[in-house]
Design a protein around this ligand. Structure first.
Ligand SMILES: Cc1cc2nc3c(=O)[nH]c(=O)nc-3n(C[C@H](O)[C@H](O)[C@H](O)COP(=O)(O)O)c2cc1C
Ligand code: SF4
Length: 681
């Protein structure tokens, strides 16, 4: 495909700069000087600015990579699992240092800050496919394999109804859609956990083997794709779903275990002998992730049978947008992107603001190492996200919604795109939804890397075709956001709570977690059962680590946990019984929990987190740009605690955005709790 063919479809507006660069890179594998010139000419953006943007985003490549791209994660969870030894094994096998390409151009080896598959750590990514639970001894075989491509499961379900209901109220039309979904019910199913974590450990092969073997044996099951139910540690997981019987969770089901599972099902073996993970599920309050692992993300009819879009249809039937905001207010829902700001306050301000069109932007950037829950939600239940987007847009009066998904969260983006296409063809997204006056245009955009890109105003800058650098506030986005128009930006997890709040009422949600609802946690590190779990807010790290996470995987005691990634803190064992409460003694942050035994020095973990923040500083303000680098240098020398604290305080006080404000937190908490690790008594 020529450059002109690639660029032709893009309107000649600056907002398309990042998508155009991404399209060129998808075709040519990198951005050559000629292609940058072509983008500049097509979009009528100065060449210097195109270069400025292209050189800003870490995922955009200004030099050609090797024919094979090998990336090894050395984020904290992977470090804890031996990521450094795996990187060395890759360097030895390929004969190049990380950051270089082999002389024959066969492969490029890179170090990854985080692969966002922490529950499958340690992770190696080969040509954008994840391999999980890798040991250094596996590296040679992995790199010699012709391909690690996992294959794509059959889709094809969820096609549009022959005719869409064309008369009646929104509620009546929705009932007709539900009838159509029921008509497509297929009976007993085996749902395979094809999330990122499952695919990284062979779930695609399990899916194929189950499909072939059930057909060969004439068993009355259809084999379908599902996301992960949160039990990443037990992947490949297979859920046995039979009408009128409780869901039966089994795992790990490798290809070799497939005949055993089918024999057991055919023989009617007692379910308790097959079931896995009951003790992990029991302490949870599974509300947002209730359909993950069970519903087929490629089939809107399945989502409808599981209750998707019902809350939205009811809100539309009632027609009171302000009432939706009041329910969200009564629920006390706060932002799960980490700041825990009142969602209803933002929604009401945007609704009241002057200016049109209004925008809803979904923040699915999730670029903070150690957390992977938003990907989990998008992969597992994309229709819940779309339903939440419809409700939120209806409530705030938005005519356009943009789903902004991390550039490397390929599976999330693919599943959300399929779901969107299906929702459009079923008349649930688009003009005059369900025959009402409400119309919504939904678009998917992809990020291009960088932690700061998830900061809401940096994200708006990127949508406008500029570098991801936070804006000063005021004005706040609800008054002047995307293109200066009123804009609400919400995190994926925040939005996932909305359908239940509308369905069951704000008071019901406020009855959970001491008025704060539920929270997702991504568990990783030295745990027997890493995964994604949903708990009522206020649970303790002890519950997460010992009860849900299964305790130490190494036999050594868990002495600390990194909570909230590079913006979070290092929590010592003495605080494991503190409730995790926003702005409490231990803040859950975005929900990443990396448990560490005493084999990984806290100083090493803290250094990795600060080094990440230093690299990720966008450079707009001096205290963050210069200060984090100097703080890092101080960690590498004999430590002067007084000077460290003084500099940390200056960075926190004088930085414009949350990256700089939170960058020193891990250092400060570790210094207080583990002074001896830093040679301080
Ligand atoms: C450096 C930095 C990175 C951030 N990354 C994310 C992110 O990846 N996803 C997210 O939803 N919010 C992120 N945020 C928070 C957003 O700025 C914003 O508060 C959030 O998207 C608002 O949605 P909520 O109210 O639903 O949480 C980040 C903030 C900072 C300072
Ligand atoms: S605090 Fe750091 S990341 Fe944030 S705007 Fe300033 S330099 Fe950029």
């Amino acid at each position: 495909m020529s450059l002109a063919d690639v660029l032709g479809p893009f309107p000649r507006e600056r907002t398309w700069l990042l998508p155009a660069l991404q399209a060129v890179q998808r075709t040519e594998r990198w951005l050559s000087p000629e292609s940058l010139d072509a983008v500049a000419a097509h979009l009528r953006v100065p060449k210097s600015e195109v270069w400025g943007v292209a050189s800003h985003y870490p995922e955009l490549r200004l030099s050609a990579p090797g024919r094979r791209l090998v990336r090894v994660c050395t984020g904290v969870a992977c470090l804890a699992g031996g990521g450094r030894a795996i990187l060395q094994a890759c360097e030895q096998t390929l004969g190049v240092r990380a950051g270089h390409t082999t002389p024959d151009g066969a492969a490029t080896l890179e170090e990854l800050d985080c692969a966002f598959a922490c529950a499958s750590a340690p992770v190696v990514e080969i040509d954008h496919e994840y391999c999980g639970r890798v040991a250094a001894g596996d590296v040679e075989t992995l790199l010699r394999a012709a391909s690690t491509h996992h294959g794509t499961p059959a889709t094809g379900r969820g096609g549009p109804p022959a005719t869409l209901p064309s008369a009646g109220s929104p509620g009546a039309r929705f009932t007709a859609l539900k009838r159509e979904a029921e008509r497509r019910r297929t009976g007993a199913r085996l749902a395979v956990g094809l999330g990122t974590c499952g695919l990284a450990v062979g779930a695609a092969a399990t899916f194929d083997a189950l499909g072939a073997e059930t057909v060969r044996r004439g068993m009355p099951f259809s084999v379908v794709a599902a996301g992960c139910n949160g039990m990443c540690w037990a992947q490949p997981v297979v859920e046995v779903l039979r009408d009128g019987r409780p869901r039966l969770t089994t795992g790990p089901i490798t290809v070799e275990a497939v005949p055993r599972l089918l024999n057991a099902l055919a023989a009617g073996v007692a379910e308790r002998e097959l079931a896995a993970g009951d003790d992990v599920m029991a302490p949870q309050r599974r509300l947002l992730i209730e359909r993950c692992g069970m519903a087929d993300p490629y089939d809107i009819a399945d989502a409808l049978r599981h209750g998707a879009y019902a809350a939205f249809a009811r809100a539309l039937e009632d027609g009171h947008a302000a009432a939706v905001i009041e329910e969200v207010r009564a629920a006390g829902l706060t932002g799960r992107g980490g700041a825990y700001f009142q969602t209803a306050v933002k929604w009401a301000a945007c609704r009241a603001a002057a200016g049109a069109p209004k925008f809803l932007v979904v923040n699915g950037e999730e670029g903070e190492p150690g957390i992977f829950k938003d990907r989990h939600l998008m992969e597992g239940d994309p229709h819940r996200l779309l339903e939440a987007v419809l409700i939120a847009a209806f409530a705030i009066g938005a005519a356009r919604a943009i789903l902004y998904i991390h550039g490397e969260a390929e599976l999330s983006a693919r599943r959300v795109a399929v779901a969107l296409e299906q929702a459009q063809s079923w008349g649930l997204v688009g003009p005059r939804v369900l025959g009402s006056d409400f119309s919504l245009e939904v678009e998917i955009r992809r990020g291009a890397g960088g932690f700061v890109l998830g900061e809401e105003t940096a994200l708006l800058e990127s949508l406008e075709g500029r570098r991801a650098m936070p804006r000063t506030r005021p004005p706040f986005p609800v008054e002047a956001g995307l293109y200066g128009k009123p804009t609400v930006i919400n995190n994926v997890e925040t939005l996932f709570a909305v359908p239940s709040i509308v369905e069951r009422g704000g008071a019901w949600f406020a009855g959970l977690g001491g008025g704060r609802g539920t929270k997702l946690f991504g568990l990783s590190g030295h745990l027997r059962r890493p995964g994604v779990v949903e708990m009522e807010v206020g649970c303790t790290l002890r519950t997460l680590i010992e009860q849900v996470g299964g305790g130490s995987s190494t036999g050594r005691p868990i002495t600390a946990a990194v909570v909230g990634g590079p913006s979070g803190s290092v929590v010592p064992g003495r605080q494991f019984d503190e409730p995790l409460i926003p702005r409490g003694a231990v803040n859950p942050g975005t929900g990443g929990v990396v448990a560490l035994d005493d084999s990984l020095p806290v100083r090493t973990a803290v250094r990795a987190l600060l080094a990440f923040n230093t690299r990720e500083s966008c450079g707009k303000c001096t205290p963050c740009r210069e200060g984090t680098a100097r703080l890092l240098a101080m960690l590498d020398a004999p430590l002067d605690q007084g000077r460290v604290k003084e500099l940390a305080e200056a960075i926190q006080l004088a930085s414009l955005c949350g990256l700089g404000q939170a960058a020193p937190l891990a250092v400060l908490s570790a210094l207080d709790e583990f002074p001896r690790e830093f040679g301080v008594s």
